[in-house]
Design a protein around this ligand. Structure first.
Ligand code: NCD
Ligand code: ZN
Length: 335
């Protein structure tokens, strides 16, 4: 059995910089036609000069692969219209992190009060720049995303022209918000379609599945599966593939992030086939994103086939999800 995916897109990807960038970027550019590149470097990407230089380093790291890095700026509430008008030519979106909520987010936003954010939000609305949000409070870890729901509602109600993407949603509550606000969209990761908190901490602790937001309850996973497998047009695949060196994961003070880029398409094909909806993978990994971002990706055909694929124990020192196990689907060819 084979499945052709046209121009798969990863709408939430961490590529890092320097050595790590050179190690992981080719693993995405090989099989994806493009990706939203998250700006949480240290220091974060907040100027056009830093953005252009980073984009150049990304392009150098992927050599001749046909892959479009869709660049993002790290949100600041003092970006003004003139700056964003110039930025729009170089970016696909702006990513908002609450301060200190995840890897390299110390320079994030302190106040979610819409008056403090108005200047940038209004300019983004006018210019049609999507707002991508890491939606967690600093409350109890299992409630953080749900508590952030009221912030999403405030944003959506007060800025109806602003396209807001709830990044890497993990709860039924977030899924339900999609139906309530026309301007709310979401990315969903591979790992949150597979795991619950039990897989992270219910038995022996699995640091390679520890990420932000933490995986939640079975009913949350079911809600995510429902919208992803039905290719609801408001959801897109965003791997949130977040590589950390093995010693930063297998350590006291484990870094948050699951590394899925090189195995994502194979694992998604297996998941969609298991649920009898292989035809919905194309909209989930490409078409929905094109429609939401008004964007035509580079042409790239990925042929997947139902043939065992053994996932290695690491890719250049970074441990992937499903390491040392066999997936039912592999990549046959890419043209
Ligand atoms: C991400 C990272 O390591 O950059 N980590 C994660 O657990 N997902 C940041 C993020 O998206 O929260
Ligand atoms: Zn992320």
């Amino acid at each position: 059995m084979e499945l052709i995916i046209n121009s798969p897109l990863d709408m939430h990807l961490h590529l890092r910089d320097a050595d790590m960038l050179n190690k992981v970027a080719p693993l995405s550019s090989h099989s994806f036609a493009g990706a939203i590149i998250m700006p949480n470097l240290a220091p974060p990407i907040t100027s056009l000069q830093a953005l252009k230089e980073y984009k150049k380093r990304v392009q150098e790291s992927i050599a001749d692969d046909r892959f479009e890095p869709l660049m993002t700026l790290f949100f600041r509430n003092d970006y003004d219209f003139a700056f964003l008008q110039e930025a729009k030519r170089h970016i696909s979106a702006i990513k908002l992190y609450p301060t200190g909520i995840t890897t390299n987010s110390e320079g994030g936003v302190k106040s979610m009060d819409i008056e403090d954010l108005r200047q940038t939000f209004e300019a983004m609305s006018e210019l049609g720049i999507p707002l991508l949000v890491h939606g967690e409070t600093n409350g109890f870890v299992m409630d953080r995303e749900k508590e952030f729901g009221s912030v999403y509602e405030q944003f959506a109600k007060n800025f109806p022209k602003l396209k807001i993407v709830m990044e890497h949603i993990t709860t039924k509550h977030s899924v339900d918000l999609l139906d309530r606000y026309e301007n709310l969209y979401a990315t969903i990761t591979l790992h949150h379609l597979h795991i619950t908190l039990d897989d992270v901490a219910g038995g022996m602790l699995n640091p390679h599945l520890f990420c932000k937001p933490i995986a939640k309850r079975p009913q949350d996973k079911e809600a995510l599966l429902r919208v992803a497998l039905s290719a609801n047009p408001k959801v897109m695949f965003g791997s949130d593939s977040a590589p950390h060196p093995r010693d930063k994961k297998e350590s006291c003070g484990c870094a948050a992030g699951v590394f899925t880029a090189p195995i994502a398409l194979q694992a998604l094909a297996a998941l969609f086939e298991k649920h009898g909806v292989l035809q919905n993978l194309q909209p989930f990994v490409s078409d929905n994103a094109r429609a939401i971002y008004y964007f035509e990706p580079i042409k790239k055909e990925v042929i997947l086939e139902k043939k065992p694929f053994f996932v290695p124990s690491s890719y250049r020192g970074v441990v992937p999800m499903f390491a040392n196990s066999t997936l039912d689907w592999s990549i046959k060819n890419i043209t």
